[in-house]
Design a protein. Structure first.
Length: 494
């Protein structure tokens, strides 16, 4: 056995198998030859390697981390670490200095096989210069790659996988529509711009239809908004859009050029979509958190309106296949002393009955709500409701013409639609017309309560529409379980 003066470790790293550098086997061979010439013994278990990994960050190199842990262990089993070049150890100068300083405290030296250094201060200076050159090479390489990809994007070439609804025939080829997923794009556009559904409602319907995102996940509101905002569907290529962490870059840094793929819609239509998204976002910013809550995200149309008479907290909805009820959430957490549990069916009956009794009361008690940004949101909701009523009326007519519904059923449905349309038009007119005299307020309030009551009593109206309707006249409903009473806090928008 050859007598060893030192015990060493050998660290091997290659960035990629295509890089013009020595192979791992060649680095091991040269390392063992150097060790034999300098009387350094390298056990087989002290050879560490990272294949196909960048040297820019040490925490992404498992072999490197295992080597450092060995060198700094209490046993101090090695005296030196051999590398083919200092760039194999690290290409980040700051990180290189930190690790070499840590190793030096444990009397472990880092030796470059192909870059011998003279002893003394000039050796340390040469080592710093080599590290600076390595780091410059890495930074410059990254800049060159980015510059090349940017130039490629400026020419309208494709460098990334296309969004859902499209597929790529091959690397850097023009994407084409995917017949299996393109209906997702068409539905998002139609549901948002024509049917005026919320982003969350669109996501729920996509999930109900069995569609998945490109990563195989369920859709959410953010994913739908990303589709609607993506200029790719308007025939553009976007590059340099985000930084790490998905943070958006300044608009002046974003590259946007014409693509060669077939767009899903025109650029003019894309701008219309952006305006509507921006308008909705602006409304949500100006509205308070409770009133901007999307009714479609609630479990019930009374969610957030029922309030505990003991502590003032809202009643939370709990439901199973056998029992659905409301209960004070603070009571459930031990923060309220009195239970306010009530079955959902009973709560619905009491609320509808209470609104009916308000119509025959001597005088309604309500607060006047000034027409602010919240009324703008309400106006938009009302106009969306009118659009849906038009679609509902058309479907009813088609059902009659195709002999699905009888003439009596068609007339009944049409009367309900006209009644609801009249109520909405009255509220819209009141919102856009000059303020009326106080003597007319009671009449308007009664009309609004009657219209909302009609919506709540209609079994064909879904819970989201019922939620929007009751929130147009009610701020909260205080439930007193002991006395089985419901106090309505009404509002009139002027």
């Amino acid at each position: 056995m050859i007598e060893s003066i030192k015990t060493g470790a050998l660290y091997i790293r290659v960035s990629t198998d295509k890089q013009e550098e020595l192979s791992p086997d060649a680095q091991i061979r040269l390392g063992r030859e150097y060790a034999a010439q300098h009387k350094i013994h390298i056990p087989d278990e002290y050879i560490f390697r990272d294949d196909g990994i960048s040297g820019k960050k040490a925490d992404r190199r498992p072999g490197f981390k295992a080597l450092i842990a060995l060198a700094r262990s209490k046993e101090h089993p090695i005296d030196c670490i051999l590398v083919w070049k200092f760039s194999r150890f690290a290409r980040n100068q700051e990180e290189s200095i930190v690790y070499k300083s840590m190793l030096a405290r444990d009397h472990v030296e880092v030796i470059s096989i192909s870059e011998p250094l003279p002893d003394g201060p000039f050796g340390a200076l040469n080592e710093r210069i080599i590290e600076w050159m390595d780091e410059y090479y890495l930074t410059n390489l990254s800049s060159e790659v980015t510059r090349g990809m940017t130039e490629n994007a400026m020419r309208g070439n494709y460098q990334a996988s296309p969004g859902i609804g499209y597929r790529s025939p091959g690397p850097k080829q023009v994407p084409e529509k995917d017949p299996d997923t393109f209906p997702v794009i068409a539905f998002c556009d139609r549901a948002f711009m024509q049917e005026h559904l919320t982003l969350r409602q669109i996501a729920l319907q996509l999930n109900a239809m069995g569609y998945k995102t490109k990563r195989g996940n369920a859709f959410d509101a953010r994913g739908v908004e990303y589709i609607l905002r993506n200029p790719f569907y308007a025939g553009k290529i976007r590059w340099n859009y985000t930084e790490r962490g998905r943070r958006l870059k300044p608009s002046e840094d974003v590259i946007l050029v014409d693509g060669r793929h077939e767009p899903a819609w025109s650029w003019e239509h894309h701008l219309e979509i952006q305006k509507r998204l921006d308008d909705l976002a602006d409304i949500n910013k100006r509205s308070d958190s409770r009133k901007k809550r999307d009714v479609s995200s609630c479990h019930h149309w009374l969610s957030g309106l029922l309030v505990c008479s003991s502590c003032g907290k809202t009643l939370a909805y709990t439901g199973s296949a056998r029992c659905k009820s409301f209960q004070c959430w603070a009571y459930s957490k031990g923060m309220c002393q009195e239970s306010h549990a009530i079955l959902v069916k009973k709560a619905e009956e009491y609320v509808i009955e209470g609104l009916a009794q308000l119509l025959v009361s001597d005088r309604l008690q309500y607060s006047i709500v000034p027409a602010t940004s919240s009324s703008s949101a309400r106006e938009q909701e009302l106009r969306q409701m009118l659009t849906r009523l038009d679609q509902r009326e058309k479907r009813a007519k088609d059902a009659y013409l195709n002999e699905i519904d009888t003439i009596e059923e068609y007339k009944e449905t049409r009367m309900k639609i006209q009644s609801e349309r009249g109520r909405i038009m009255s509220e819209l007119e009141a919102m856009t017309s000059p303020a009326v005299a106080a003597s007319d307020d009671d009449t308007r309030m009664i009309d609004n309560v009657q219209a909302v009551l009609s919506v709540l009593q209609d079994p064909d109206t879904d819970f989201a529409k019922k939620g929007l309707a009751i929130r147009s006249i009610v701020d909260k409903i205080v439930y007193d379980r002991k006395n089985t009473s419901f106090d309505f806090y009404l509002k009139l928008v002027k």
